[in-house]
Design a protein around this ligand. Structure first.
Ligand code: ASP
Length: 336
């Protein structure tokens, strides 16, 4: 029915570099009304994760969906275990993201979408509710880009590094791989070929992210992505930009977004959710819905996970589907 996907090659089939240069719409289709689901407990430890939003596409099979759900479950387990042992929220976020970066199913780390010149250029951001944040964009050798984001946050006085040097990466002590490691054959190469030949089908989607609340009530958010298939070399999406694809403020919410990054940047989506809660007194669900309506006004589709310091989390999306999972003392769920 004409939905467009996020982090997938058909997104770029419409959001082609020539279009974005001219500032044209990023999609050619209308977007759905926002779907929301409450996630996690009112208080206490909670972990909410996502692995992209979009449409299923013709390559979707029950086996693939089962694999996605297995990977989401493993990511939840890894992060939640840490929260149960008293670890801070950002450690749970990093642990959950690690699992999803390593899983080739998702558009982050291994399995990242490819740029128009056929390489993986990845972005990541990690932010804690106290306002501390680190991010990287355009990394092509960091095995787990979220580790580099964390290193920027914890080891430097800066916030955002574009294409850090090998020496900087070595200094941060994060693991590296050659760019081939990230490129899954044939899936991502095929997606790129299809996008470049004007096709509009995508094999996989799935920028990933996590938001967590720890036993002390502190919140954190993280996002990791390969961007959008066939994106121009050097294109930066919303994911690594604090306030756009990733944001956390202890007095409001932690947010991680997925979708057509350009639209999320234009409405400063993650920060907008926080502002709506903070200054308009909107509840988290209404804030996420209103923000996604603004994203839609810029012809963007996608979704977000939002977790307040006190209150239940929310999964919200205006695309056909979203991969997500959550867990708290009340139980949990995964949806692939
Ligand atoms: N938001 C990501 C980007 O624009 C893509 C995605 O969510 O799949 O880079």
């Amino acid at each position: 029915n004409g939905y467009h996907t996020c982090g997938s090659n058909d997104t770029l089939a419409s959001a082609h570099p020539s279009d974005s240069r001219k500032g044209h719409d990023m999609t050619t289709s209308s977007v759905s009304p926002v779907t929301t689901e409450l996630a996690g407990s009112e208080t206490g430890i909670t972990l909410v994760i996502h692995a992209g939003a979009g449409s299923r596409g013709k390559h979707s099979t029950p086996e693939r969906i089962a694999q996605v759900e297995l990977d989401l479950q493993r990511a939840l387990d890894a992060g939640y275990q840490l929260l149960e042992s008293g670890a801070p929220a950002h450690e749970a976020v990093v642990a959950a993201i690690h699992v999803m970066e390593d899983a080739p199913e998702f558009n982050a780390g291994r399995g990242a979408a490819l740029t128009s010149d056929g390489i993986a250029q990845m972005d990541a951001c990690l932010m804690t509710g106290d306002g501390e944040v680190g991010a990287v964009t355009g990394v092509s050798t960091v095995k787990n880009p979220i580790d580099a984001a964390r290193a920027v946050k914890e080891q430097t006085k800066h916030v955002l590094f574009a294409d850090p040097t090998d020496a900087e990466i070595a200094d941060w002590g994060v693991a590296t791989e050659s760019n081939e490691y990230f490129i899954t054959e044939p899936a991502r190469r095929q997606s790129l070929a299809e996008a470049q030949s004007g096709g509009d089908e995508w094999e996989k989607h799935g920028t990933i992210g996590a938001v967590a609340r720890d036993a002390e009530g502190n919140i954190a958010a993280g996002t990791s992505t390969g961007g959008i298939t066939n994106q121009m070399h050097g294109r930066v999406g919303d994911s690594p930009l604090p306030g756009c694809g990733t944001f956390a403020n202890q007095s409001t919410v932690a947010v991680s977004c997925t979708g057509i990054g350009e639209a999320f940047i234009k409405v400063v989506a993650a920060h907008q959710v926080s502002d709506r809660v903070r200054f308009s007194g909107e509840n988290v669900e209404d804030a996420a819905t209103a923000t996604l309506d603004e994203v839609a006004a810029h012809h963007g589709d996608g979704g977000m996970i939002v977790l307040p310091a006190v209150g239940r989390g929310v999964v919200a999306y205006n695309s056909e589907m979203m991969n997500f999972g959550y867990r708290s003392a009340q139980g949990g769920k995964v949806q692939g």
